[in-house]
Design a protein around this ligand. Structure first.
Ligand code: TXA
Ligand code: MG
Length: 546
């Protein structure tokens, strides 16, 4: 492709009166089937007429983008949506009302007129109305524009004119200069083509904002986790390498002090940290990405920071771990990919392991032990504190009668059970005595094990949430399994009948009770592959420590 610098437009500050000629030039190139890099409030896009398959093909060629990764169609006027989407549900209108123009992309069933080049061969199409004046004016003067981020595929998206110039000179027919991008990460992508809306890519419009309009929104697994082997991508873009600088990045969990101690005793050459922290790393190449307590500023800076690391020649970089809340979800989604999900723990983790009976927690804790984790079994602690000579027996006797302890100092378990399970109140009383004691011991042992060098400490607790132990956990793994498998396991394990097993299961929560509150879910089938199931967890929390 010929370099076309003549058409490199200078639109640094958009002023409709001064820049209108350049905008018109860009629109004309697009009307004639050319490709132009345009500014948007999120990142720069590489645009072409969304209805022109030949023009759209040029985008894929210029970026080196896989053909099956669909593009977003950008509009300047809501009515244009009807020329793109076959159906526009009320939910889409409500989202548009609330967030357009702005950093939100909505996926809807597509009209035939949208060529399969634009939609990556899918029956759905992504639509967004950018809030950047230049982008909207160019669309208004041309047509709806298909535009992916204007970077070479696999590299960080461009958030300044310099970035686009570096990536697209000689590849695009023209490059427009609209200054630095406000948001700094690509738009939020949500699909309304499913029963429950799914957040496919977090961005400037947050999950909480989407929920305030839509109610329930499911977050795609791949937002914060690597794709599993054989997992089908909910959005084609999830499959591909993204945002990767040449430098190898690893994300370090821990506070500033833990981070600095870890980094300064390592032989890394680069540090990605928050503003104001530079002085802690006098011997490293240091690049900042926003302020620690401000996800918006991190989003704005992240891609530029990644490019800066490469420019400064850094090869081996440790990064601070940003918050995953609000716009932080978008920051983490990009940063985790830039780091190829490599994590290091300067802070060691307490992990909750929970799930209904027979789901297979035991298998998982055995596997985690092999990886160097300490496992504290709360059922075992419950037995321990009710053994002969345990001081806790005195507390039980105080509330349930001295006669629950026999002359040898042994607990009469049957008698205690009779008294404790008599009324709801007595049962609550027993729990309110047992649970805090079990948690206290469990957390104490976990901290001890971490101090002594365990990779992580696991609190294995069927009643993790009910007992309030989740408060002490940095992350939680839920283990669930199909009912049939659980029945058989319980029958075999406890030597009971099918009816008895069913009885036990009937008093337990549904799977969602566990999975909704847990960061990781293991679906335990038989035979199953613990290594594969726990890959995301291991990569995120055990990282190099193991
Ligand atoms: O902020 C943005 O969205 C920027 C600016 C230029 O508007 N554009 C952008 O485009 O980030 P791109 O192509 O880099 O990312 C589009 C993402 C991809 O991950 C793609 O797989 C997904 O949206 N996508 C597009 N159409 C889809 C569809 N029909 N179903 C599922 N995912 C889709
Ligand atoms: Mg992109």
């Amino acid at each position: 492709m010929v370099i076309n610098l003549k058409n490199t437009l200078k639109l640094r500050t958009f002023d409709i009166n001064n820049d209108i000629k350049d905008i018109e030039t860009a629109a004309e190139i697009l009307r004639n089937g050319g490709i132009v890099a345009i500014p948007t409030e999120t990142v720069y896009g590489l645009a072409a007429d969304a209805f022109d398959s030949e023009a759209v093909k040029k985008i894929f060629e210029a970026k080196g983008r896989p053909q099956d990764n669909p593009l977003i169609v950008h509009i300047s006027d809501f009515e244009q949506i009807y020329s793109i989407a076959r159906e526009v549900p009320e939910k889409a209108k409500a989202l548009a009302d609330a967030f357009w123009p702005g950093p939100l992309t909505i996926i809807l069933p597509k009209r035939e007129e949208i060529p399969s080049e634009t939609s990556g061969g899918l029956d759905t199409v992504a639509v967004r109305m950018p809030s950047h004046d230049v982008a909207r004016e160019i669309i208004a003067r041309s047509c709806p524009l298909a535009a992916p981020s204007a970077n070479i595929s696999g590299f960080p998206s461009p958030t300044s004119f310099d970035h686009v110039e570096a990536d697209m000179t000689g590849r695009a027919d023209a490059i427009c200069n609209g200054g630095d991008c406000d948001v700094g990460v690509e738009s939020t992508v949500i699909t309304l083509a499913t029963e429950i809306p799914v957040l496919l890519r977090p961005g400037g419009v947050t999950l909480e904002q989407l929920e305030s309009i839509l109610g329930e929104v499911r977050v795609a697994d791949a937002v914060l986790n690597p794709m599993k082997k054989d997992e089908k991508a909910e959005s084609p873009g999830m499959k591909y390498k993204h945002y990767s600088p040449d430098a190898q990045i690893q994300i370090v969990r821990g506070n500033l002090k833990e981070f600095a101690d870890f980094v300064n005793s390592s032989d890394c050459d680069g540090v990605l940290c928050f503003e104001g922290e530079e002085e802690h790393f006098p011997e490293k190449i240091c690049v900042t990405f926003g302020r620690e307590d401000d996800s918006l500023s991190q989003a704005q800076r992240l891609f530029d920071a990644l490019r800066e690391l490469d420019e400064k020649g850094s090869k081996n970089v440790f990064s601070r771990a940003p918050s995953e809340n609000g716009v932080g979800l978008a920051v983490c989604n990009r940063l985790y990919r830039a780091a190829a999900f490599r994590f290091v723990n300067a802070k060691k983790t307490i992990v909750g392991l929970t799930g209904p009976t027979g789901a297979g927690k035991g298998f998982i804790s055995e596997y985690l032990k092999k990886l160097g984790c300490y496992v504290s079994d709360t059922d075992a602690i419950a037995r321990e504190i009710t053994m002969k000579d345990s001081p806790f027996l005195g507390i039980l006797a105080e509330h349930f009668g001295q006669d629950i302890i026999d002359e040898n100092g042994e607990l009469k378990r049957k008698l205690l059970a009779e008294r404790a399970f008599k009324t709801k109140e007595s049962q609550i009383l027993l729990n309110s005595l047992m649970h805090p004691e079990i948690i206290r011991i469990s957390v104490e042992r976990c901290n001890d094990a971490i101090e002594k060098g365990a990779a992580a400490a696991i609190i294995d607790a069927p009643l993790l949430f009910e007992a309030g132990a989740d408060k002490y956990c940095d992350t939680i793994i839920a283990v669930i399994a199909p009912k049939e498998i659980r029945i058989e396991r319980i029958m075999k394990r406890d030597g009971i009948t099918r009816e008895q097993a069913l009885g036990r299961m009937s008093v337990q929560h549904e799977d969602e009770f566990y999975t909704m509150k847990s960061e990781f879910t293991v679906r335990s089938f038989e035979p199953y592959d613990a290594e594969e199931e726990l890959k995301g967890f291991v990569e995120k929390y055990l990282g190099q420590v193991m």
